[in-house]
Design a binder for this molecule. Sequence first.
Ligand code: GLU
Length: 293
Amino acid sequence: MTYIGRFAPSPTGPLHLGSVVAAAASYLDARAHRGRWQVRIEDLDTGRCDPAAARNMIRTLEQLGMVPDEPVVWQSRRLASYEEALSALRQCEVLYPCACTRAQVRRRAPHPGVYAGTCRQGLPPDTRPRSLRVRLDAPSDQFTDRFAGPQHSEQGIDFGDPVVRRADGSVAYVLAGAVDDVVCGVTDVVRGDDLLPTTATQRLLLGLLGMTPPRYAHIPVVLGADGRKLSKQNHAPPVDPTAPTRVLRDTFDLLGLPHDVTKRAANMPLAALWEAGVQAWRDQLRPAAPTSL
Ligand code: GLU
């Protein structure tokens, strides 16, 4: 089977070093396996996503030397595919309306953020449904992550019934992303480990849809000086695509590639730097160091 990898950013702002590290890990892994690489723009949340930011991300990736092998996939143009998945779930009789707010789920003790199945048995009379959830009956999920090792997640503790249609009517990322990976032929998902807790849910949703999940490999997310994941919310600065060698050198450092690759980088053309990076990744096939700034 040909390896197909992908980078799937949400276009909420310019690429910062944390997102470039995730992009580069998926790109290096695809190239090291002599595979193909896709870019998918996850722009379903119209309140947060900005088409100009998406175009800017694609251009920045290109300036850094990461050019997808296939046309960019835009989730906003694939709505029919997600509606089909929702119909299939409806036929499995696992969809139910939920009236709980995100804040209520977030406050839930002792497992904040994990939905406790409150609306599984139906809504009280005169209660307005907000979202649609999927009943996940599997008590647990297990898989081996290529980088993070064996994973075991328990229903009610590590995952609950996910929202698949949000209060604003849009299809939730957790379903759309999982469906896209399979429909677009992705064999290997390489992404930040902030998404590791979501993986069981995605795998179980795919199972309900009769789809085989891809392999997963989660890399440590890049942390800022405050110990939190670099993100737009904590004002991570955008990378400077006009200095691609410097950005790549920092990226390879954060991925733990050997110093002789990154030290020589200043004098290397971009293509040669990528070649050295791919060779180094092929030798170690994983990020070698915890990634923090
Ligand atoms: N769009 C998600 C994000 O930017 C990533 C999704 C994924 O890699 O599966 O956090």
